[in-house]
Each structure stands twice: as structure tokens, then as C-alpha cells.
Ligand binder design. Structure first.
Ligand SMILES: [Zn+2]
Length: 82
């Protein structure tokens, strides 16, 4: 399920894309990046989580809330398939 990305909070661009990968030890982190000002979203272990984190970061929320929203989203997905 694709998560729609919000505009960049820094330059207002709506061109936000997959920023790439960051290998740390055995973990492969992904992040979203603004194509215009190159602002990076939080580095996360999955692309969907990186997208969620990008959207929540715009509202200036702490990471704790990003995780809570992620859990909520997963629960909704589970409910939809059952
Ligand atoms: Zn930007």
C-alpha cells in the first residue's frame, strides 16, 4: 500500500522521493529525500516506515509518535486483510 508523501517542510517542494539506503552493520536503512533541497527524512528499516516518518516529521512530532502511528497503521492493515 503506497503512502502519499507530504510536501517538503523546508522548501515546499512536492517532489519527495526515495533517498536511498544507508548500511549500518547488518541493517539497511531507508529514507525519503526532497529532490529540490535534499532534505532527508528519518532513517528507517523499511520504506513504508521511512515514508510514515517523513510525513510525521513535518508536523514536528517526536519519534515516539512516529512509532505509535506506525503501529496503528500496521494494525489497520491487519484488520483489512482478516
Ligand atoms: Zn525541500
Amino acid at each position: 500500500m503506497a503512502i502519499e508523501l507530504r510536501r517538503c517542510p523546508f522548501c515546499g517542494s512536492n517532489v519527495v522521493m526515495q533517498g536511498g539506503h544507508l548500511q549500518i552493520g547488518s541493517c539497511d536503512y531507508q529514507y525519503m529525500q526532497c529532490a529540490d533541497c535534499e532534505a532527508e527524512g528519518p532513517h528507517m528499516v523499511t520504506r513504508d516506515l521511512a515514508r510514515t516518518a517523513w510525513n510525521l516529521r513535518i508536523a514536528g512530532r517526536p519519534m515516539q509518535e512516529v512509532w505509535a502511528a506506525w503501529e496503528e497503521m500496521r494494525m489497520e492493515e491487519n484488520n483489512a486483510t482478516e
